[in-house]
Design a binder for this molecule. Sequence first.
Ligand SMILES: O=C(CO)[C@H](O)[C@H](O)COP(=O)(O)O
Length: 210
Amino acid sequence: MKLQLALDLVNIQEAKELIREVEEHIDIIEIGTPVIKIEGLKAVTEIKEAFPNLLVLADLKTMDAAAYEVQKASEAKADIVTVLGVAEDESIKGAVAEAKKQGKQVLVDLIAVKDIETRAKELDAFGVDYICVHTGYDLQAVGKNSFADLQTIKGVVKHAKTAIAGGIKLETLPEVISVKPDLVIVGGGIANQDDKKAVAAKMQAMIQQR
Ligand SMILES: O=C(CO)[C@H](O)[C@H](O)COP(=O)(O)O
């Protein structure tokens, strides 16, 4: 099980400072969608160059022109690129083919997918690397989480790694870990804490016990 730190509401300089605090306790750095929209793919390049030993995920949340966007993120030094599960099958297949060509990985984000079980089975058959259940900020605000969805995909996904994102905190981590995802994605649960390093270290210790 790996820990990914999601950086959404920061600029490149702030992202670097935050990563420096916690780098020994995380496996993957996520350059969040808002960061890429505001700063561009240079945020991915600069952070990969500053932290070459960590994997960098570009959270593009691609919906169309998927092969092209995977190619551009790969050229920007991303190790993993996200595509939306609600995208067309052709987009997902294009992303997977391009990622293989570039030696990179695709994480499919199930945000806004209504039939999680059916879509997870289909995505698994397309050969995606990760399938991620995700409660975005707008649903977190009305009290939702993805814990039940994680159970659902764990029951049907045979090949891809499973991941979960959306409002995970130190207090809710044990419930998440008990379902044994391959990847736990945490943004505000680390980035918004006073002692980020201590929280990341505790999360890492809990994750490594499994
Ligand atoms: O992709 C995202 C929002 O769309 C976030 O990166 C993801 O939800 C993790 O952040 P947090 O733990 O703060 O919810």
